[in-house]
Design a protein around this ligand. Structure first.
Ligand code: TUI
Length: 309
């Protein structure tokens, strides 16, 4: 499938992997890039030396194929990572959880393709004016930190609002989601949750099992009281957080304290009592662990037959 995104990024399939903090490291990123998509290393709030090593490992693994780094703008390391991607000549940068405006000029000077993730038309327009090459329009179906608008409503409005290519994200895990995104005017998709259940994804087995066993109603949003809503798998822990926020027994400050480090506890320890297992609302549709190559090829073979009907 050739689109403006395959052309812009020099990839076979118009699919980029979500920049999942603590999760998206060189093994997953390399597998996605080697399968013809764009694999990403997530900066999250990881130390710079660790990220430099992950970038170098990925370069070795992908044999000249493109890959990217996601800069999470709320991280205290965002400034240092913004410099590191230039030093390391990373081909593509995506950003999340903020406005990357102040970094765009230096990234463009370094010939980096810049693709901010946006939750609104206003921010998409601002990013276009500042020189972004494309945007990811991410609906509230996504995992992790989310905006309010849905993929179905947000994507066509962003498509109408900007001239740069738009990548759809949030709730996409099979070929139907890709075909629908193309119908909404997107030139590609960003997929996170489906890759949680990839063989190459290095998360704790308990995390993968939660994704594979999830039903349609098994995601829940916590953190609304803090201003940073986050979609996760429904567990006893996340349900207690959500109900504590609702009835006022957990203050926003207490919420921040309880959830500090909770993503690491999920990803590395599979800790069901204190871990935040971030996932998108589409987790219920995912029932099998497969390789990235199988996932991507199946998604596009289904999408192409639907689009050619
Ligand atoms: O960033 C994400 N998803 C994430 S980041 C993350 S780590 C984190 N954990 C807890 C709280 C906050 C972060 C886990 N998942 N997706 C992209 C995304 N970007 N979603 C929403 C936004 C966003 C929000 C506001 C982008 C820009 C923005 O701009 C506000 C402004 O400054 O104009």
């Amino acid at each position: 499938m050739n689109t403006k995104i395959t052309e812009l990024l020099g990839i076979k399939y118009p699919i980029i992997q979500g920049g999942m903090a603590w999760i998206a490291e060189s093994t997953l990123a390399s597998a996605v890039s080697n399968a013809g998509g764009l694999g990403l290393i997530a900066g999250g709030s990881a130390p710079i030396d660790y990220l430099r090593e992950q970038i170098r490992k990925t370069k070795e693994n992908v044999n000249g194929k493109p890959f990217g780094v996601n800069v999470m703008l709320m991280s205290p390391n965002a400034e240092d990572l913004a410099k590191l991607v230039i030093e390391e000549k990373v081909p593509v940068v995506t950003t999340g959880a903020g406005n990357p405006g102040k970094f765009i000029e230096s990234w463009k000077e370094a010939r980096i393709k810049v693709i901010p993730v946006v939750p609104s038309v206003a921010l998409a327009k601002r990013m276009e004016r500042m020189g972004a090459d494309a945007v990811v329009a991410e609906g509230t179906e996504s995992g992790g930190h989310i905006g309010e608008n849905t993929t179905m409503c947000l994507v066509p409005q962003v498509v109408d609002g900007v001239d740069i290519p738009v990548i759809a994200a949030g709730g996409i895990a099979d070929g139907r989601g890709i075909a629908a995104s193309i119908m909404l005017g997107a030139e590609g998709v960003q997929v996170g949750t489906r890759f949680l259940a990839a063989e190459e994804c290095q998360i704790h087995p308990t995390y993968k099992e939660l994704i594979v066993k999830a039903k349609d109603t098994d995601s829940i949003v916590t953190g609304r009281t803090t201003g940073h809503p986050c979609r996760n798998v429904k567990t006893k822990f996340s349900k207690q957080l959500a109900s504590g926020e609702k009835n006022g027994s957990i203050t926003p400050e207490e919420f921040e304290e309880i959830t500090l480090g909770s993503l690491r506890k999920a990803v590395q320890d599979g800790n069901l009592d204190e871990g935040s297992f971030l996932c998108g609302a589409i987790a219920g549709m995912i029932t099998e662990v497969k390789t990235c190559k199988e996932i991507i090829e199946e998604m596009f073979s289904q999408a192409e037959s639907l689009l050619n009907e």
